[in-house]
Design a protein around this ligand. Structure first.
Ligand code: SF4
Length: 274
């Protein structure tokens, strides 16, 4: 397997049955991302997916769909895929997947609800930031208003999702406004978990070129910690929400549930700022 064909999945899905649905990324244009660079996007044929399921353990309880954004295959194929999973893995209680705001926008609330009822129970979505200026700079392909609209649809469909955000993504001097914009966005919907990452500049990315040309200046670690603290201070979750900074890119590893652990989480960040 070449590096470009590596399979990416969230750290919490390390023991989950991985089912390939797409290869590469249909967007493949985010300035900070090198995950699928050079890899041509394609959908895995349903015949191959069925063959993977046939050879799997019928007692499998959880499945993770692999690919940057499996929901891009559309409602009919997703529905068929979930029916196949139920057929071969009758004890499967949860199908999880990465998803993008762009792909979710192609589904109606009713369709999302049908997929939820057929077993799609957890999405991991790269919101990255609530700042439109930053989303544009990073060529993310969605706006904050679009993210709120699609997240609201997921809430109405009762389809749980994790909100992935990246601190440091706005660059030097912009951390506070980025934290405020991101908190404002997240406060508009209910999410199971907020998963944070710290911006990493990968070789070969557009962002790396922007750093070299001086167009983008990375924020310092202390500025990034203040961003995390500001985010925590301004989050007002509508329901208990896990705040999780345990992804390896983070400069601080903390995890707790908002709102009850808010003060303790802020105190942990402050300790690192001393
Ligand atoms: S961040 Fe996600 S959507 Fe953007 S290029 Fe990378 S894999 Fe594709």
């Amino acid at each position: 397997m070449s590096e470009s064909q590596m399979i990416h999945y969230p750290q919490d899905e390390v023991h989950t049955f991985l089912l390939p649905v797409t290869i590469g990324c249909s967007h493949n244009a985010c300035a900070f991302c090198s995950m699928y660079s050079g890899e041509k996007f394609s959908q895995v044929p349903l015949s191959r997916i069925e063959s993977e399921l046939k050879h799997g353990n019928s007692y499998t309880e959880r499945v993770f769909l692999t690919g940057a954004d499996p929901l891009v295959i559309g409602f009919q194929k997703m529905e068929h895929l979930l029916d196949l999973i139920r057929q071969y893995f009758p004890y499967c209680a949860c199908v999880a997947s990465y998803a993008s705001i762009r792909s979710i926008s192609r589904y109606s609330t009713e369709e999302l609800s049908i997929l939820h009822n057929k077993g799609l129970r957890e999405l991991y979505i790269g919101f990255e930031t609530g700042s439109d200026e930053c989303l544009k700079l990073m060529n993310k392909g969605h706006t904050a208003a679009g993210a709120i609209r699609e997240a609201t649809k997921l809430n109405q469909a009762h389809l749980p999702f994790n909100t992935i955000i990246v601190y440091g993504i706005a660059g030097k001097g912009k951390s506070l406004e980025n934290a405020l914009a991101t908190a404002e966005m997240i406060n508009k919907f209910t999410t199971k978990r907020i998963i944070t990452m710290s911006l990493t500049i990968f070789l070969g990315t557009k962002l790396n070129q922007m750093v070299k040309s001086g167009e983008f200046v990375p924020a310092s670690n202390s500025e990034r910690l203040i961003e995390v603290k500001t985010l925590l201070e301004n989050l007002r979750p509508l329901a208990p929400t896990i705040f999780d900074t345990t992804h390896p890119t983070n400069i601080l590893r903390i995890k707790g549930t908002l709102p009850q652990d808010k003060d303790q989480l802020i105190a942990e960040v402050e300790k690192r700022l001393l």
